[in-house]
Design a protein around this ligand. Structure first.
Ligand code: XIL
Length: 300
C-alpha cells in the first residue's frame, strides 16, 4: 500500500493524526493529512475549555471545523476529551464538590449530545493517574469530588451516546513495569468486573528520553486487551524520530488483535506540540516523508 491509512486498513486498523483547526487553510498540511490518514483527533478543539467556555454555553465552532473536514474527506473521528484536569475553562477550575461533579456530568452530556452517533471513540477521562511510584490517582479538582468520579464519567458517557466506544487515555502507561501502568490496569480490571462501561484504553505514547519506548510495550498492550478492552495508540510521537522505534511500536500493535489503531500527534515536525526541533513525527517541517515514515509504512 502507498499510504499509512490504506496500509493500516489491510489488517482492519486505522492510522490517524491530530488535526488543528487553525491549520486547515495550509494546503501542504491538508494535502498530507488527507492523503495519509483515515482517523482524526482534534488537537485542542473538543477539549473542555474550547467546547464550554462559559458554564452551560457550548461552542462547537472549531470542533465542528475539524469534524467536518474529517468526515468530508472520508475519515472517522476520535473525540478528545471530556473530563480532564488540564485545559479546563476558568469557571470549572473554580468549582469543587457537588457543583463540579454536576458540571462534569453536564459537560459530558452537552458535548456527547452534539456529536451523538458521529464519534468512533471518546477519550472520556484523560490523565487521571499520578506520575511517579504511587500507582494512585492524580490529585485534581475532579479527584477531590470523590474517587468514583471516573466511573460516573463513564456511566454518563454510555447513556449519552451508546454508539461511541468509551476510552480511558493516559501517558506513561506504556511501560508495563511502571506503577502508573499498574494503577490504570487495576482500575480497568475493576471496571470490567463491576460492569462499569469501558471499551478501550488509549496509550498516548509520547516517547522521549525520560519515558522511552520499552520492549515490554507489547506486554502492556496484550495485558490491557486481555481484560476485554480495545487498545489504541492515541498520541504517538518519538523525540528524535527513530525509525526503528517507530517500527517497534507498529509491530507491537499489529501483534495484538485488539490493538485497533494508531494515531500520531501531528502531521509535520513543525506541527508538533513538542517543537519542530524535537523531530518527533513522520513528515519533516517541509512536508517530506522521513525515514520514520517509510519504516512505519513497511511495518504496517
Ligand atoms: C496538547 C496539544 O498538542 C497542544 O497544542 C496544547 O497546547 C496542549 O495539549 N496529552 C493530551 C493532549 O492528552 O491533549 C495534549 O495535547 C498532549 C498531551
Amino acid at each position: 500500500e502507498s499510504t499509512l491509512g490504506a496500509a493500516a486498513q489491510q489488517t482492519g486498523r486505522y492510522f490517524g493524526t491530530a488535526i488543528a483547526a487553525q491549520k486547515l487553510g495550509d494546503s501542504q498540511y491538508t494535502t498530507i493529512a488527507n492523503r495519509e490518514f483515515d482517523m482524526v483527533t482534534a488537537e485542542n478543539e473538543m477539549k473542555i475549555d474550547a467546547t464550554e467556555p462559559n458554564r452551560g454555553q457550548f461552542n462547537f465552532t472549531n470542533g465542528d471545523r475539524v469534524y467536518n473536514w474529517a468526515v468530508q474527506n472520508g475519515k472517522r473521528v476520535r473525540g478528545h476529551t471530556l473530563a480532564w484536569h488540564n485545559q479546563q475553562p476558568g469557571w470549572m477550575q473554580q468549582l469543587s464538590g457537588g457543583s463540579l461533579r454536576q458540571a462534569m456530568i453536564d459537560h459530558i452530556n452537552g458535548v456527547m449530545n452534539h456529536y451523538k452517533g458521529k464519534i468512533y471513540a471518546w477519550d472520556v477521562v484523560n490523565e487521571a493517574y499520578a506520575d511517579g511510584n504511587s500507582g494512585g490517582r492524580r490529585d485534581s479538582n475532579l479527584q477531590r469530588t470523590g474517587n468514583d468520579w471516573i466511573e460516573v464519567a463513564f456511566r454518563t458517557a454510555r447513556a449519552a451516546d451508546p454508539a461511541a466506544k468509551l476510552c480511558y487515555n493516559d501517558y506513561n502507561i506504556d511501560n508495563w513495569n511502571w506503577a502508573k501502568t499498574q494503577g490504570v490496569y487495576n482500575m480497568v480490571r475493576d471496571f470490567k468486573s463491576r460492569g462499569v462501561p469501558i471499551d478501550c484504553v488509549g496509550l498516548q505514547s509520547h516517547f522521549n528520553s525520560q519515558s522511552p519506548y520499552n520492549s515490554n510495550y507489547r506486554t502492556t498492550i496484550q495485558s490491557f486487551a486481555a481484560l476485554g478492552v480495545d487498545v489504541q495508540i492515541t498520541e504517538l510521537d518519538i523525540q528524535g524520530g527513530s525509525a526503528t522505534t517507530y517500527a517497534n511500536v507498529v509491530n507491537d500493535c499489529l501483534a495484538v488483535p485488539r490493538c485497533t489503531g494508531i494515531t500520531v500527534w501531528g502531521v509535520r515536525d513543525s506541527d508538533s506540540w513538542l517543537g519542530a526541533n524535537t523531530v518527533p513525527l513522520l513528515f519533516d517541517s517541509n512536508g517530506n516523508k522521513k525515514a520514520a515514515y517509510t519504516s512505519v509504512l513497511n511495518a504496517l
